[in-house]
Design a protein around this ligand. Structure first.
Ligand SMILES: *Cc1c(COP(=O)(O)O)cnc(C)c1O
Length: 420
């Protein structure tokens, strides 16, 4: 993409942006908010939708569960059409439930079945702490040893991100005893979007399963989980899906596993045959597909926030969102190339990243972060030396990208001056 380093160019891009009105659907802080990778902004509609639930609860009490206008019992089905589009999955393969780390555990309990000859797990080195803790504890749960069972794949010396061929090579080298590859779709620290299709193929050739944490991928990059033959996945909804802090998570399970009775799935009453759920029968009869994985009756307040935010995606063409995202992020990248002391560790190929760029600073990273925060930029600092910046296509603008660049440039120039 060819860009021009000028404020007028940024304004022109905003004027031509087919999604330019979308930002009005969100409550926007005064600051430049480039932190949607951590917590997405609040859709304006969310508050009134939650108020409706509070009113129903207040005035109808328990009847809210079944009353035709509130129908809490069926509410979560409303999330399915948008989730299945975002995941590239069949409607029965996805469902909202629980929270992310809990879902990682529940999915691993079912899908990670270590045998003496097949027990190893591959994950990217530097994965999100919670994912590593989940894997460590699952491995220990099976009486195994992390040092032996967990392979943490690191980038080559001097590189920041993993090469697909190296991931595939490691899968092939470990094919004799590999049980599972568990990766982020988009890596939270580097912003790298892995080549899921190729990795999935190689994984299955090796006789292993492929599971994903899509926390930074869903709503951020195009996904085709079903066609790519991904076995299982989970995500949170408070990052690019804008459902609010700690909101309900969701799972995807490939349909080929629906009737797999060897999965050690843990059941609860909400996964029971929906028509018969309230008969409180002794024998568990599963709902077909992902809904059968539910355990508890869901948090209706959080689900409501999730659904009202999903409706924004539902009304748009996903391709248009991802196209804008590529343009917005490539504009940011283009401007940052102008700053000599900033190293972008996110892959330069737009097919290998989403909205986020991770800026690596040899020194003064935290000082620069504090200074841009003072100037009204909200992005985030990741130890030891990375600032993550994510212009989100639904609510960020080219003008904001340009203003961010101007602020960063001014601060970096003043720091160079102060050291001479
Ligand atoms: C945000 C994030 C989490 C957070 O997990 P919760 O269970 O929702 O607290 C976990 N893993 C990854 C990769 C994340 O990006």
């Amino acid at each position: 993409m060819i860009h021009i380093n000028s404020f007028d160019y940024a304004l022109k891009c905003d004027q031509e942006d087919p999604l330019k009105d979308c930002k009005n659907l969100f409550i926007k802080p005064n600051n430049i908010y480039f932190c949607g990778n951590s917590l997405g902004l609040q859709p304006k509609k969310t508050k009134s939708e939650i108020e409706k639930i509070l009113n129903t609860w207040g005035y109808m009490g328990v009847d809210g569960h079944f009353h035709s206008s509130s129908d809490w019992v069926n509410l979560f089905k409303k999330a399915v059409p948008a989730l299945s589009r975002l995941c590239g999955a069949k409607p029965l393969e996805v469902y909202p439930m629980n929270s992310l780390t809990v879902n990682i555990h529940l999915l691993l309990l079912a899908f990670y079945k270590p045998q003496p000859g097949r027990y190893k797990i591959i994950i990217e080195k530097g994965a999100f702490s919670s994912d590593i803790y989940a894997l460590d504890s699952q491995i220990a749960f099976h009486g195994l040893n992390t040092e032996d069972a967990l392979i943490e794949l690191a980038p080559r010396e001097g590189e920041f991100t993993l090469r697909t061929e190296d991931i595939i090579q490691s899968i092939e080298e470990n094919r004799q005893n590999l049980a599972l590859v568990f990766l982020s779709g988009v890596q939270y620290y580097t912003g790298q979007y892995f080549n899921l299709r190729s990795i999935s193929k190689s994984c299955h050739r090796a006789g292993a399963l492929f599971g994903l944490d899509l926390a930074h991928a869903i709503g951020n990059v195009p996904l085709q989980l079903h066609d790519w033959n991904i076995d299982f996945a989970t995500w949170c909804t408070y990052k690019y899906l804008n459902a609010g802090p700690g909101a309900i998570s969701g799972i995807y399970v490939h349909e080929k596993h629906f009737d797999n009775s060897s999965l050690r799935r843990l059941n609860g009453w909400w996964g029971h045959d929906e028509q018969r759920r309230f008969l409180m029968e002794r024998k568990f009869i599963s709902e077909p597909g992902a809904p059968g994985w539910q355990m508890s009756n869901p948090d209706i307040l959080s689900l409501t926030a999730h659904i009202s935010a999903l409706e924004i995606f539902h009304d748009l063409k996903l391709d248009q969102i991802f196209e804008k995202s590529k343009k917005l992020t490539s504009f940011l990248e283009f401007l940052l190339y102008d700053l000599p002391n900033v190293t972008i560790i996110t892959p330069p190929n737009p097919a290998e990243r989403g909205a986020q760029l991770s800026l690596f600073f040899e020194k003064n990273g935290k000082k620069i972060f504090d200074a841009i925060s003072e100037e009204g930029v909200i992005c985030d600092w990741r130890e030891p030396n990375v600032i993550r910046v994510a212009p989100v296509p639904l609510y960020n603008t080219f003008e904001e990208v340009f203003r961010f660049y101007t602020i960063l440039k001014k601060i970096m120039e003043s720091m160079v001056d102060s050291t001479v």
